[in-house]
Structure formats: structure tokens, C-alpha cells
Ligand binder design. Sequence first.
Ligand code: EPZ
Length: 484
Amino acid sequence: MKIVPKHRATGSAAVPAVSNLLKGVNDLKKLPVRVKVRFDGSAVYVPENLMDKFVVRGGNPLLGNIRVSGAKNAALPAMAAAILTDEPVVLENIPDVRDIQTERNLLVSMGAEVELGYGKAHHRTTICCRDLVNPEAAYELVKTMRASTLVLGPLVARMGRARVSLPGGCAIGARPIDLHIKGLEQLGATIRQEHGYIEASAERLRGGHIVFDKITVTGTEDLMMAAALAQGETLMENCAREPEVADLAALLNKMGARIEGAGTATIRIKGVTKLSGARHRIIPDRIEAGTFVIAAALTGGDLTVTNCDPSHLSALLQKLQECGVTVSVQRDSVRIKNGHRLKAAGMSTEEYPGFPTDMQAQYMTLATQAEGTSVITENIFENRFMHAQELVRMGANIKVEGSRAIVRGHTPLSGAAVQCSDLRASASLVIAALVAEGETILDRVYHIDRGYERIEEKLKGANAQIRRIGEILPKRAQVPAGVA
Ligand code: EPZ
């Protein structure tokens, strides 16, 4: 087992450790890696436990409070934004989920100094990109997390060049990044594609006029970051309006950027020559909050989801009220007190402020328990019904026809062995297991660890019967030969 010396996993000292870990381990290459930080600040790399499972006994109402973590999809672009300055960026309310660790590994592999908060500061990270030596996002990391491509714009803007692996296919759809590339070219970058990598370069990006052919969240974020250091003004139209985009602009403006209109379809950016460090608190995770709200509506409990921003959940809460769920909203919490039968209501996923695609799977579970037929239309991703067949294995009545799923309810669910396929599909299966009769065993929960911070502990704290089993390797793992 390779232990990084006492000081933080910084710059050149860390780069060899990460690449050593990835070199020469054929079958283990597929194994995600987890960085464990000891109290003395040293880091240990242990393979993520593919074999972890959840065992859930259904039937318990959710009671009490569940606290929401910071938003994964706001934290990832915020961490990439640190590339834009040579000064430290301090981010608070960072969720402790696997995608954040992947992003840390990515920044460290470029030579960034990444300080992980622990103990009280557990949800804080300080990133300093003063000595970036390697403006590259390697395939090994990008293939485990597509959002790694968010470093493309910031690297070209700050370093004048970037080599970023193309992300390849994804369980929920093709998900190309052509709009990121097209936008960068419109800002004056030269782009070549070679050996599965994007090679981008520009002496200095220049302002331009970008009209997105399609609304893209990370595309808007990537180009907003690039334009922040460009020469002149950039106008971006048909932008994503997600709260995570506005949160990123808030951070960039604290760093000295001049961005107006983030959160609307039109964003104007006046480029500056230099950005400075800043401290920023990441917004709460609206998808995690929505997941717990649906779980509460289905289990017939009395749950308050705290530390969230209800204004980010309007489309979901409106739909739940249509289904007959009693919702009461406070400034930073939502209370669900529900004891009666749900009514079916159709739903179509849309870009924000419409119904989020990241809540579609969880909503499908709810539709299986509602009286009547719900037609669910997925408009954002072309292959996001992987969870439907697993729900059918539990007794649901669902027919998928292209981008539509016809859900006939109410059908009692019974516990079964099911398999997680992607992050949000996993969440829909956890919720189904909470209402199913008997025991459900969820396999491949590493998918859910990507975006939910200790979901089983949070649910257990609210009266659910759920536990994690199946560690293949003890916590302080003896890493198989060839890794150290
Ligand atoms: C973000 O992904 C989120 N990820 C996703 O959350 C979320 O599902 C998605 O937005 C939609 O809300 C992060 O923020 C890290 P898009 P992103 O670009 O930016 C097409 C989760 O569960 N498109 O808005 O990758 C694309 O194929 C994840 O946390 C192009 O054609 O999504 C899709 O059909 C999953 N070309 C549509 O646009 C491009 O260059 C929207 O994708 C870019 C996108």
C-alpha cells in the first residue's frame, strides 16, 4: 500500500502516486479508486468496493429530519473554476461523494494543491492551481466521470492549452461534448481531435457570440468559465438556467469575473485579464432533496428535509401536489406528511425550471404506487429508463415505448435482488425498496455513492431499515500487488 508522505497530497509529489495507481493493473483498472485521508493528512488509495450492496427491509415510514448535502453538480464546476487563478479557492458545503474525489484526483494529476477538509471542516476544500504542470484530463479519470470535461474551458483560458479525453458513451445516452468544442472555437481556440483526446489551444481566447443549438448545463458552465478570461465581451444565448449555473457565476464574480444574466437564457461576460482566489459556499443539492421528498411521500411518514432550497424544487413540489401529496415549505426545508393514496399524474422532463431529468427515475417509482396510469416522457437523454426493468422485477407494471414509459399503478412491490445501473436509477430502486414488502438487495451501489453522501446512514437516521454489506476488502485495504 503506497502512503503519500505526511504533507498534503500536493503538486508533483501527488502526480506520480496517482499515475502509479493507474498503471499496470489490468482487471483492477476498472475498479474505481477511493482516496482515504488520515487525520495526519496523509492519503491512502484503496479500490472502491464494487461489491457493496444495500439490504433494505421495506415498510417503515420515514420520520424526523434528513439534512441535505451540498450539490454535486455545483461543486464539480466550482472545483474546475479554481484552475482559472493561481490563488487559493476555498469551497464550503462540498458533498463527500465519490465524484468529488474523482475531481480531486483530476486536479491533483494536473499539479494542483488540494487540501481536504476533515473533522469539523469535513465539507470544505481548498484548491490552489498556482503550479499547474500538466493541463491534461486523462481517459482513466474522464471515463469514470464525464464532468471531468469541465476543465477544458478553464485550462485553455488560463494555460493557453488543454488535452482532455473525450468522455465516450454513457449509460443514459450518447452525451457528446460537441457544443463545448464549437463554443471554444467561437472564442478563438484551435481544436484538434486525436487518439480519443481533444487538443485545444489559444494564445488568449477572445470574446464572441455563442448561441447554443441545444440547452446544455456543463456546456454553459464550461464556456462561461472560458469567457471569463477572454479578451473582450462574450454574449451567450439559449443557455442553461439551472441553479448550479448561477451558483458557478456567483463564485466567478467573487473571483473578479464580470458575468451578468446567469440563471437566465442570456449570459453576458466581460473578460478580465486575471482572476483571484475566493471563498464560496456551494448551494444545497436539489436532486438529493427531491429524492428524500419522494421517499417520504411514498413511505407514508412525516419527514422534514432540511438545509435545502425549496425554490429550486418548484416543478417537483407542484407535481407532487398534483398527485395529492401534502407539502409544507419553510425557508430552507420541506416537510412531507403523507398518509393517503397517491393519484397518477403524467410528467415530462424539461430543462430547468421544468421537471428535472435527474428526478425522473425517482418519480417513476412514485408513479408505480399511484392510482391510475402515468405517462412519463424523457426529453433530455435518449436512454434513461434502465431502472424500469428493475422496478418491473419488483412487481411494477411499466411499459417503455421509446422516450415514453407508461406506468400503471397502484401495484404493490415485493422485495427482490436488483441491480443499480446509474446514479439516479439507483436512487429510484432504494425508494422502491423502502416501500416494498420484504427484503430487497441492491447490487452495485457504488453508482449511488457517486452522488449521494452516505444515503443509507441518512435514511437509517429517519427510521428506514437499510444497511450496507459486502466489503471485499477491509477499510485499510492491502492493495493487491502491482498497485503500490
Ligand atoms: C448535467 O449534465 C448534469 N451533470 C446531469 O446530471 C444532468 O442530467 C444534465 O445536466 C441535465 O440536467 C452535471 O452537472 C455534472 P447537458 P450535462 O449537457 O451537462 C446534449 C446526475 O445525475 N448535448 O445539459 O452533461 C446531451 O446529450 C447527472 O447528476 C449535446 O448534444 O447535460 C443531452 O441530450 C446525470 N452536445 C442534452 O444535450 C453537447 O455538447 C443535455 O445535456 C452537450 C450536450
